[in-house]
Write a protein that binds this ligand. Structure first.
Ligand SMILES: Cc1cc2nc3c(=O)[nH]c(=O)nc-3n(C[C@H](O)[C@H](O)[C@H](O)COP(=O)(O)OP(=O)(O)OC[C@H]3O[C@@H](n4cnc5c(N)ncnc54)[C@H](O)[C@@H]3O)c2cc1C
Length: 279
C-alpha cells in the first residue's frame, strides 16, 4: 500500500498522453509516467517518491512494438522484460534482462521503466549503449529520434513531459559475438555488484558496465585500452582500470577495492571470450 492517493490515467494514444501531461501541468498537479510501476511502489512505500497523478503508457500501441527484420530491431518502451526474453530477438539483451530481479518482477518491469529508473543500476540500457541505438522520444515539443549517446549520459536526459517511446538498432548488432556476466554479492536475484556486457563488432570489443559507479556507462577510453592489440592482456586491462569514470561505488554490497578486483577479473573473462573471435 502507498501512503498517498493519486489519479490514474491510461491514455490510448501518444497524443492523448501528451495532452494529459499538459492538462495536469496547467492544473498545477505533479504527474509522472507510469510503465511497470515498480519504482513508484518500491520508493513510494518508504516516502522516497510521491505523485498526484500517473500517466500509464502501457496501452499506447507504439510503446508495445516489437519488430525485427534484416535491417533493424525495434522495441517499444512498455514491453516487459519477460516479453523481451520470450521473444529472444537479441541474445545479449535476453541475457541482461533475465538477470534483473526475479521472474515475477520482470513481468512488470519494462524496458523504458528500467532505462528511466531512479534506482541507478538501469542494467537493461547496457546492450543499447553497445549497439549505438536510436531512441524515439515524444513530448509537448513533438517527436524526435536521437542517438542514445546524445540523451543517455549516466541517466536519460529528456525534456519535461518527454517520454521514451521506442529504441531501435541495426540488426548486425543482434548477431554479434557477446559476453555478459552479472556478479552479485548477495542472493540470486539482487542488484548487481557489477554487471558487464561486451560485444565484438568490426573487430573491436565494446564494453558497458553497471554497478561499478552510481550510473551505467560505456567508455571510449576503456575500449581504446582493451582493443590495444600491441600490448599484453595485463597491460590492456591495467590501462582500462586507469581510465574508469568516478566515483567507484563503496557500499554494503562491496568496497571500491573489491569492485575493482572483480572488474579486473571480469575484463580478463571478456578478453578470453572475445579477443580471438571474429566479430
Ligand atoms: C525486486 C526487484 C529487484 C530489482 N532488481 C533490479 C536489478 O538487479 N537491476 C536493475 O537494473 N533493476 C532492478 N529492478 C528494477 C528497478 O529498480 C526499477 O524498479 C524498474 O526498472 C522500474 O521499471 P518499471 O517499468 O516498473 O518503471 P516505472 O516504475 O513505471 O518507472 C520508473 C521511472 O521511469 C519513468 N518512466 C517509466 N517509463 C518511462 C518512459 N517510457 N519514458 C519516460 N519516463 C519513463 C517513471 O516516471 C519513473 O520515474 C528491480 C526491481 C524490483 C522490484
Amino acid at each position: 500500500m502507498l501512503p498517498f492517493d493519486f489519479e490514474y490515467y491510461r491514455p490510448q494514444s501518444l497524443q492523448e498522453a501528451v495532452d494529459l501531461f499538459q492538462s495536469l501541468q496547467r492544473q498545477g498537479k505533479q504527474s509522472m509516467i507510469f510503465s511497470g510501476g515498480t519504482e513508484l511502489l518500491t520508493l513510494g512505500r518508504i516516502d522516497l517518491a510521491f505523485t498526484e497523478a500517473v500517466i500509464d503508457i502501457k496501452d499506447i500501441p507504439e510503446c508495445n512494438s516489437l519488430q525485427v527484420n534484416e535491417q533493424r530491431l525495434l522495441l517499444g518502451s512498455a514491453l516487459s522484460l519477460t516479453k523481451i526474453e520470450e521473444a529472444n530477438v537479441f541474445p545479449l539483451l535476453t541475457k541482461i534482462s533475465s538477470g534483473i530481479a526475479d521472474h515475477t518482477a520482470r513481468e512488470k518491469i519494462t524496458l523504458g521503466g528500467n532505462i528511466c529508473a531512479r534506482i541507478f543500476y538501469r542494467e537493461i540500457v547496457l546492450p543499447f549503449l553497445l549497439a549505438d541505438s536510436q531512441v524515439l522520444l515524444s513530448g509537448p515539443l513533438g517527436e524526435r529520434i536521437v542517438s542514445i549517446h546524445d540523451v543517455f549520459q549516466e541517466e536519460l536526459r529528456v525534456e519535461p513531459g518527454e517520454m521514451l517511446i521506442q529504441l531501435a538498432m541495426e540488426s548486425k548488432y543482434i548477431r554479434a559475438p557477446f559476453y555478459a556476466f552479472k556478479r552479485r554479492q548477495q542472493w540470486e536475484t539482487g542488484y548487481p555488484l557489477i554487471t558487464i556486457a561486451a560485444l565484438k563488432i568490426d573487430q573491436r570489443i565494446r564494453i558497458a558496465i553497471s554497478g561499478l559507479c552510481p550510473f551505467p556507462f560505456r567508455s571510449q577510453e576503456i575500449e581504446a585500452s582493451i582493443n590495444h592489440k600491441g600490448r599484453t592482456i595485463e597491460a590492456r586491462i591495467d590501462g582500462a582500470l586507469a581510465v574508469l569514470p568516478q566515483p567507484i561505488l563503496a557500499d554494503v554490497e562491496g568496497s571500491a577495492e573489491y569492485r575493482l578486483f572483480v572488474l579486473h577479473n571480469l575484463l580478463f573473462d571478456v578478453l578470453a571470450a572475445l579477443d580471438q573471435v571474429q566479430g
